[in-house]
Design a protein around this ligand. Structure first.
Ligand code: PXP
Length: 251
């Protein structure tokens, strides 16, 4: 299986919500990403609805043609919404009210019993026969990989944030080595290995070269931020054209 890019479109919604307007529309961004070659789309519906909102779910479900990855905390509310959306992947993440973004992976020892007895059965029994891939967002700790294996998870998503934020090349290298060991262990047990957080055009290639068995790579904040600069000059010119036409046209 080739490595696939899944684009996280949460921050299209952040931009929309900053002004309380109806634009930019996350589902429209999703269509552009897919048309450009992305294999699918990720969204994180947070309990506080700070970016993606409930009405986005229907629009994303209708517009996304490829892989749809619903990232969520393992709450009753989210599991119910998951069953309405029927995504391809359900990525379970820890969620803190005060955090600016997901700050790390799940500590599986702390949630193991709850995931085993409540969360996994609720996700699997409610999918009405259409199988959703359960992916657990974890740091590259061997205990957490072992926990994911014992839970019977379909996949893990390796948290790449520590690698991305490493302050020295040797710290980055050490984290790549942890990510490699974790990826090998998960793969050997038959789990799919996804990854994401903090990846950008500088740190992505070294990561892909170093870590084996990667499947879906989820990238959001850097990609959306870079896209603004990529499109800024064209957009300024479009406005200049309008201004030029108005000035030169008949009064
Ligand atoms: N994967 C998970 C589980 C995340 O929580 C996030 C951030 O929402 C991402 C990937 C994407 O991270 P980034 O926005 O830094 O690319």
């Amino acid at each position: 299986m080739p490595i696939q890019l899944l684009v996280n479109i949460d921050h299209i919604a952040t931009l929309r919500n900053a002004r309380g307007e109806g634009y930019p529309v996350p589902a429209q961004a999703a269509q552009i990403c897919e048309k450009a070659g992305a294999a699918g789309i990720v969204f994180h519906l947070r309990g506080d609805r700070r970016h993606i909102m409930d009405h986005d779910l229907t629009e994303l479900k209708e517009s996304v043609q490829g892989v749809l990855d619903f990232e969520m905390a393992a709450t009753e509310e989210m599991i119910e919404l998951l069953h309405q959306v029927h995504p391809d992947i359900c990525t379970l993440v820890p969620e803190g009210r005060e955090e600016l973004t997901t700050e790390g992976g799940l500590h599986l020892a702390a949630v193991f019993e709850d995931f085993k007895t409540r969360v996994f059965p609720a996700i699997r029994n409610g999918t009405g026969g259409s199988k959703v891939e359960i992916s657990l967002f974890v740091d590259p700790n061997l205990d957490d990989i072992q926990g994911a294996i014992e839970l019977g998870s379909d996949a893990i998503e390796l948290h790449t944030g520590t690698y991305a934020n490493a302050s020295t090349p040797s710290a980055a290298q050490a984290e790549l080595s942890r990510l490699t060991t974790a990826a090998k262990m998960a793969h050997a047990a038959g789990l799919k290995v996804n990854a994401g957080h903090g990846l950008n055009q500088k740190n992505l290639a070294p990561f892909l070269h170093a870590v084996p068995h990667l499947a879906d790579i989820s990238i959001g904040h850097a990609l959306i931020s870079e896209a603004v600069f990529h499109g800024l000059a064209n957009t300024v010119q479009a406005y200049m054209t309008i201004i030029g036409q108005v000035k030169e046209g008949p009064r």
